[in-house]
Design a protein around this ligand. Structure first.
Ligand code: GAP
Length: 443
């Protein structure tokens, strides 16, 4: 399984998905940059999530709150206290530090040295706002995006004339000073979250908790994650986040074990009541019809963009021994097929002239590429044999390949190849846009 991780990491770097950050300076612990294909894939995942939330449902609106907030927010949210701290141990010999619950033995995994006793280590990333670096100027990079949603609960409610139940969706960066970031992009100190906060009557919280659990599982399955690699685990009381009355982790079967990719939380009235107490602003909801005044309960769904991208990559990765083509002699090579869902995959179409030494073919292929490029994320490739180019596109999960051949020049049609079935059909150039739109489900 270690082998699969290495193959994914290597593919991610080789094909422009994920690069180690600050590489020319020897790297920077746990930071990654998303390359040309990585940024496309991230944007696709975010769009799928955003559309799912704001288009499928009628009572969900968006927000983009600031990363830097008043430090009082983090007092009220409980993030500056023991609730948001991990247990840290240090090796007395090499002074390397570890998260206690990640260690299998009570011994330094690097040098075998004796470890200190555990102490609490807060995960908030501190910074200073303004020219003075003193206590009064201390602020924090947000550790979860949802706090900005709670602070704007009333602003959104009033400006959008909403009624409970409704939700606010937000995508943005979050930061945690993780003691042991690890497993490639699974656990990092800077990451992006896609969070939904569903405000409802306390009596309906249990019902919506189940509703959102099911919705979120369907989202992953709908985007191609295999059922056997996904599960929902109820988190026992003693292991829940400090704000959670109920918690379900949606877990993916990574090569390094079953691990959380998304948390579903019933946060009760923890957030709105604490922000009311600390700010002095009453954040209760008044129901005009029932004349009832109460703190809404919050059901939260929270997923990391990078973690889900990692799961999508692993799930889509396939190796085909001896090559996929059965019509010609096997290449004896192992071919990689990235069977990413067409909504998530970075590049949608590739245009290939059959050969590159025939100027009329190249000219036609470039014309088609320029015709399609404004509508679809499209690549042009003329280097190497056509078989090798198909394999290059399969490796990054391009669902459609267009081949421009000599018949194209006579009949104004091309070959359209489907990545998954390898079926090929002739399509008139004038019909290409409609055909591709229909295939991709673009409305
Ligand atoms: N607002 C709730 C919240 O933040 P969480 O379970 O701490 O809940 C939610 O985080 C999701 O954010 C996780 O399931 C994961 O996908 C992502 N996440 C959390 N910490 C992360 C880290 N250090 N690196 C990458 N993703 C992380």
């Amino acid at each position: 399984m270690e082998g699969l991780m290495q193959k994914i990491i290597s593919l991610a770097k080789r094909r422009g998905l994920v690069f180690p950050s600050s590489e020319i300076y020897g790297g920077f612990s746990s930071s990654y940059d998303f390359g040309p294909l990585g940024v496309l894939m991230k944007n696709n995942i975010k769009k799928c999530w955003w559309d799912e939330m704001t288009k499928k449902h009628e009572n969900i609106v968006g927000l983009d709150a600031a990363i830097l907030m008043s430090p009082k927010v983090w007092q009220a949210s409980g993030h500056l206290t023991a609730g948001f701290a991990d247990e840290l141990v240090e090796c007395k010999k090499c002074h390397h530090r570890f998260r206690k619950d990640f260690l299998e033995k009570n011994q330094c995994p690097d040098c075998g040295g004796e470890l200190t006793g555990p102490r609490k280590f807060n995960l908030m990333m501190k910074t200073f706002v303004g020219p003075l670096e003193d206590e009064a100027a201390t602020s924090y990079l947000r550790a979860e995006t949802c706090q900005g949603i709670y602070l704007n609960f009333e602003n959104v409610l009033n400006s959008m004339r909403l009624k409970i139940p409704f939700a606010i969706a937000q995508i943005g960066k979050a930061f945690r000073n993780e003691i042991t970031p690890k497993d490639f992009i699974y656990r990092t100190r800077e990451f992006e979250q896609m969070e939904l906060q569903w405000f409802c009557h306390p009596k309906e919280a249990k019902k919506y908790f189940q509703f959102w659990k099911n919705e979120r599982i369907q989202w992953y399955l709908g985007l191609g994650i295999k059922k056997e690699n996904l599960r929902a685990t109820e988190v026992p009381k003693e292991e829940r986040a400090h704000y959670a009355k109920d918690q379900i982790d949606i877990e993916y079967r990574f090569p390094f074990g079953w691990k959380e990719i998304e948390g579903i939380h019933n946060r009760g009235d923890f957030d709105l009541s604490n922000h009311s107490k600390h700010s002095g602003k009453d954040l209760q909801y008044y129901d005009e019809e029932t004349k009832e005044k109460y703190f809404p309960y919050i059901i939260e769904t929270s997923v990391g963009v990078e973690r889900s991208l990692f799961a999508f990559l692993i799930d889509a990765y396939q190796e085909v021994q001896g090559g996929r083509t059965k019509t010609t002699e096997s290449t004896k090579e192992t071919e990689v097929l990235l069977k990413l869902n067409k909504r998530i995959t970075p590049i949608k179409v590739v245009v290939l002239p059959l050969v590159k030494n025939k100027p009329e073919l190249v000219k036609k292929a470039k014309e088609i590429y320029r015709l399609l490029k404004p509508c679809f994320v499209c690549q042009y490739d003329e280097v190497g044999s056509i078989g090798r180019r198909y394999r290059r596109t399969d490796e990054i999960g391009v669902p459609l390949a267009i081949t421009v051949d000599f018949e194209t020049l006579e009949k104004d049609d091309v070959t359209l190849r489907d990545r998954d079935t390898m079926a090929q059909e002739r399509v008139k150039i004038k019909d290409l846009k409609d055909k591709i739109s229909e295939f991709l489900g673009v409305c």
